[in-house]
Design a protein around this ligand. Structure first.
Ligand code: MN
Length: 309
């Protein structure tokens, strides 16, 4: 079977688990938008994990709120609102052979559901450090080859101390700190606070390092949410909008996944994204910023009223 999965640590963990319990011959790493567009050939021997559903596949595992299956959908696999897709797979198979991965699972749950501490971002360690090495290269195939390498390393021994000693891993891990600094400098230049939202326009920043979704909150701790227009690199004519709640700060409870679904994307309550037409991107992002600020203001008033009673 072929596994089609996302590009982050949850995806890698899904691959590790499925490799033990199914005949996996090949892993494809893709973005949710690729599945959503329906353009990718998918066959009945394919397993999709940590990505939206496609009816052509043989099995599907996911945990994204925005991908919750409608009542009555018949499919092999499982959807559950768990902290990670890897956890959905782990619980589905209930296979004692997978128990050796329980430490990894706990960390994948924590990282994928954004239960991070400020210290994680300031000084990445362990599985969080590994997760930051998975999306580093401009050329996608380099990251793909690296992720396949990491999958096999974890299968050999799921001890994170050993994994981080691997030459390829340690070489990337050594770069993570520098990438964070570079990322922070670009964010500072391209971000303004609009009400309670940190709004970043990164469309012209093709030099932005990949993969850090949390740094913005250590730089703008007063933000309730972030809205980011990402660099125009991957698809011509389309821009990715990334939105999240501040993991470390006081949250307003804005449902990001639902808001992203309304504009053709998806995600979780806390974090999500969508791909929109370039010419509409700025207007959509600004509407989102307004929507979040309105929501936060309403929440604030509600809280005041409740406290007053
Ligand atoms: Mn996930």
């Amino acid at each position: 079977m072929r596994l089609i999965t996302h590009t982050d640590l949850d995806a890698v963990a899904c691959a590790v688990l499925l490799w033990e319990v199914e005949e996996i011959l090949e892993v494809k790493f893709v973005d949710p938008a690729t599945i959503q567009a329906g353009k990718m050939p998918i066959f009945k021997y394919d397993i999709i994990a940590d990505l939206p559903y496609d009816k052509r596949c043989g099995m599907w595992f996911d945990h994204h709120e925005s991908n919750k299956p409608p009542e009555g959908r018949k499919f092999e696999g499982a959807w559950a609102p768990k902290p990670s897709a890897a956890r959905v797979i782990y619980d589905y198979y209930e296979n004692p052979y997978l128990e050796k991965y329980s430490d990894m699972l706990a960390e994948v749950d924590r990282i994928d559901s954004g239960k991070l501490q400020l210290e994680d971002v300031q000084n990445p360690q362990g599985w969080f450090l590994l997760s930051n090495t998975l999306e580093m290269e401009a050329e996608k195939h380099k990251d793909d080859e690296y992720r396949e390498h990491v999958i096999q390393l974890i299968r050999k021994s799921p001890a994170i101390g050993e994994i981080l000693k691997d030459p390829q891993v340690s070489m990337r891990a050594a770069r993570v700190g520098d990438e964070f600094e570079r990322f922070a400098a670009i964010l500072k230049e391209s971000t303004v606070m609009v009400g309670r939202v940190a709004y970043s326009d990164l469309r012209k920043r093709a030099d932005l390092p990949r993969g850090n979704n949390y740094l913005v909150y250590s730089l703008f701790p007063q933000a309730a949410c972030s809205v980011r227009l990402m660099p125009e690199i991957e698809e011509k004519g389309m821009v990715k909008i990334s939105v999240g709640n501040n993991l470390f700060g006081e949250q307003c409870g804005f449902d990001v996944g639902a808001a992203m679904k309304r504009i053709g994307g998806g995600g979780h309550k806390g974090v999500g994204g969508a791909r929109v037409k370039s010419e509409e991107a700025e207007a959509i992002a600004k509407r989102l910023v307004e929507e979040i600020n309105d929501f936060c203001a309403r929440k604030g008033k509600q809280r005041q009223a409740e406290e007053g009673n």
